[in-house]
Design a protein around this ligand. Structure first.
Ligand SMILES: [Zn+2]
Length: 189
């Protein structure tokens, strides 16, 4: 009896992994106070790449502070850079939450030549010599696994750091070293 219960629980756990039920909570645009924006659909779908960034700004540790920071990214990207919206598809706060940027299925403005075929994920903060909190790293893993299981990211996606796409220090030396141990990291984009 105990044996069969174990089998049932194992099957349920496996089913939950396969169906991606571990999708993280995503703070919606309405919840962080996004401005309205129109962005183009990805031209390559599902996208073949995941590009990791840091925002190279201060970080945040509460939902209120992270929401304000994400609003500041959107303002900078729209008003100073003249972009259609916040550049990233998603932002990961130091509070461990995922903030929807352009979201799934949209072309971003974060990595030249990869925008129309990737999902850009930025960790809020500067990670040249330290890493995001474990909760934030876990949230990014969960977001990627969720997107992959739901067909929003190609199953055989290639994960890179922004510096592999353009001449930039992004996502910071410490974070770049760290993501080299992540699933599907590739040295050649
Ligand atoms: Zn970047």
């Amino acid at each position: 009896m105990k044996g069969s219960l174990f089998v049932v629980l194992s099957v349920l756990a496996l089913a939950s992994q396969i169906s991606g039920q571990a999708c993280p909570t995503i703070v919606t645009r309405a919840q962080w106070g996004a401005r309205a924006a129109n962005t183009a659909a990805l031209t390559t779908f599902p996208p073949t790449h995941v590009v990791i960034h840091h925002s190279a700004t201060q970080g945040c540790t509460t939902q209120a502070a992270c929401a304000a920071l994400v609003r500041s990214f959107q303002n900078f990207h729209m008003d100073t850079n003249g972009w259609a919206d916040i550049g990233y598809n998603f932002v990961i706060g130091g509070d461990g939450l995922v903030y929807q940027g352009r979201g799934w299925g949209r072309t971003g403005a974060h990595a030249v030549s990869f925008n129309a075929r990737s999902i850009g994920i930025a960790f809020a903060g500067t990670f040249t010599s330290g890493l995001p909190p474990a909760a934030s790293l876990n949230a990014a893993h969960a977001l990627i696994a969720c997107g992959r299981s739901q067909g929003q990211i190609a199953w055989s996606y290639r994960l890179i750091g922004h510096r592999q796409a353009s001449a930039t220090a992004c996502p910071g030396n410490a974070l770049f070293n760290h993501i080299q141990g992540w699933l599907n990291f590739v040295t050649t984009p």
